[in-house]
Design a binder for this molecule. Structure first.
Ligand code: KG4
Ligand code: ZN
Length: 358
């Protein structure tokens, strides 16, 4: 029967499948993806409620929450996918950069499952997972220009292959997501900050407050956001009793300044990318901040002005998730990659040295 089906061309071995685990910050997540770019199942638990009273992520609370939830999330994910561990080709976990307590929980769980099932373990760089997500969602080919904007990172780079990244510029101080979070706190918009600022900005006038566009007009593709943050605080403190409209105007003005800065720096990087990778056609945004609709619209304009096409994963796959970890693991696995069970999670793990590069 098997033999017959194969002879008639009906038989096709199941596409490679990888389970991914994400625990590097405050999302506990598990997902299974396959080489045909399908997300077979996914589960995500956001620890927003656990951290909200503190106005930010508390590492110890995060680690404990991951420990409480992860087993059940993995079980539900495998159940929904209808798979046993024997059906997997690899088990991947984000192993850095991030909060070490959470990384240890996720990586140790993945190692244990890999050991028990005899499947390869993959220690995934969380930034690489963001960087490769557009290949899962949009099937992109290498190379592409990537703007990676998250809570911990802001950088522009050429993605030339799995493990092959050319850095054009990164932030000298705050990451943009961090700046959004601080802006939200300052404006009393709560936690998590990015989505709250975006929401408040909808009803605001982006031209009311003249906030700086740090580094705009200067050569290079670096970033700086601390001056913008300070300027926002000054503008807010100059208002005697800020009302709802004031807050909306401040949020909109902040978001507009962030968008102008991203556009300026990305335009410079686009010129470098066209020089280095003349065959490249795409500008990709990834990371939590790339969920912002206003920023996405601006980046689309920048791409068009530089002969590039803009792509970004859907917002739920821009913010932290396990499908991206599973996918990055799968990309490395099919190139022959795997990691030892002695791999130590890394709180710091720059992308340019991801996966074996010096
Ligand atoms: O990638 P991510 O989920 O976690 C990290 O790896 O850091 O990014 C989280 C960051 C947070 O700073 C959050 O405020 C920001 O992404 N973010 C946003 C939006 N959604 C999430 N920033 C601006 N606008 C949004 N809609
Ligand atoms: Zn992230």
């Amino acid at each position: 029967m098997h033999h017959c089906a194969r002879a008639w061309g009906l038989y096709r071995p199941a596409a490679m499948r990888v389970l991914g685990i994400e625990t590097s910050c405050d999302e506990t997540a598990a997902a299974v993806v396959d080489a045909d770019r399908r997300i077979l199942a996914e589960r995500l638990f956001s620890q927003t409620r656990e951290h909200a009273p503190y106005g930010g992520v508390v590492p110890e609370i995060a680690a404990r929450a991951h420990l409480d939830r992860l087993d059940a999330l993995v079980g539900e994910t495998m159940g929904e996918a209808g798979l046993g561990f024997a059906d997997l080709d690899g088990i991947a976990a984000a192993a850095g950069p991030g909060l070490i307590g959470g990384l240890l929980v996720g990586a140790t769980a993945a190692k244990a499952m890999a050991l028990a099932s005899g499947r390869p373990f993959l220690a995934v760089n969380h930034l690489e997972a963001h960087a490769l997500t557009a290949r899962l969602t949009d099937g992109l080919d290498f190379p592409y220009l990537l703007l990676l904007v998250s809570g911990g990172h802001t950088q522009l780079l050429a993605v030339e292959g799995v493990g092959r990244y050319r850095l054009y510029g990164e932030t000298e101080d705050d990451a943009l997501g961090e700046a959004f979070d601080k802006a939200a706190r300052l404006l009393g918009l709560g936690f998590p900050g990015g989505p709250a600022v975006e929401k408040a900005a909808e009803a605001g006038d982006p031209a009311r407050f003249r906030l700086p566009r740090p580094l705009a007009g200067r050569p290079g593709a670096g970033f700086s956001f601390s001056g913008l943050k300070t300027a926002l605080r000054r503008a807010a403190e100059a208002l005697p009793a800020p009302g709802e409209q004031d807050v909306a105007d401040l949020a909109a003005s902040f978001q507009a300044a962030a968008a102008d800065t991203l556009a300026d720096r990305t335009a410079n990087a686009a010129a470098m990318f066209r020089r280095d990778c003349p065959a490249g056609r795409m500008l990709v945004a990834a990371g939590g901040v790339a969920a912002n609709r206003h920023l996405r619209a601006r980046l689309q304009e920048v791409a068009a002005a530089h002969g590039l096409v803009f792509a970004a994963p859907p917002p739920r796959l821009c913010t932290d998730n396990a499908a991206m970890v599973a996918w990055a693991g799968l990309e490395r696995l099919r190139l022959g990659g795997r990691d030892g069970l002695d791999f130590r999670p890394r709180p710091r793990w720059p992308l340019v040295s991801a996966n074996g590069a010096p």
